[in-house]
Write a protein that binds this ligand. Structure first.
Ligand code: ZN
Length: 76
């Protein structure tokens, strides 16, 4: 993800907020139907954190490694 260098600080904060929200939405929609094969639970608390596109981190809660494997498959 690249931003134009001539954005002022406020614009770039807004832009990265928008990118963050868009990312979050995309990840949520990709994981909406992902369920743990054993516990039948879905992924919870999906959140993108970080202040710039280069430092974004995705946080989420899942019950176990089986669901983690499903998440990795879905996000590929
Ligand atoms: Zn599980």
């Amino acid at each position: 993800m690249q931003f134009k260098a001539n954005l002022n600080t406020r614009d770039s904060i807004l832009a990265s907020l928008q990118v963050k929200q868009a990312m979050e939405k995309q990840i949520k929609s990709k994981l909406a139907f992902v369920r743990c094969p054993e516990h039948k639970t879905t992924v919870q608390n999906i959140k993108v954190t970080g202040n710039s596109a280069s430092s974004f981190k995705v946080e989420m809660k899942y019950c176990c490694d089986q669901l983690k494997a499903e998440i990795e498959k879905a996000l590929k």
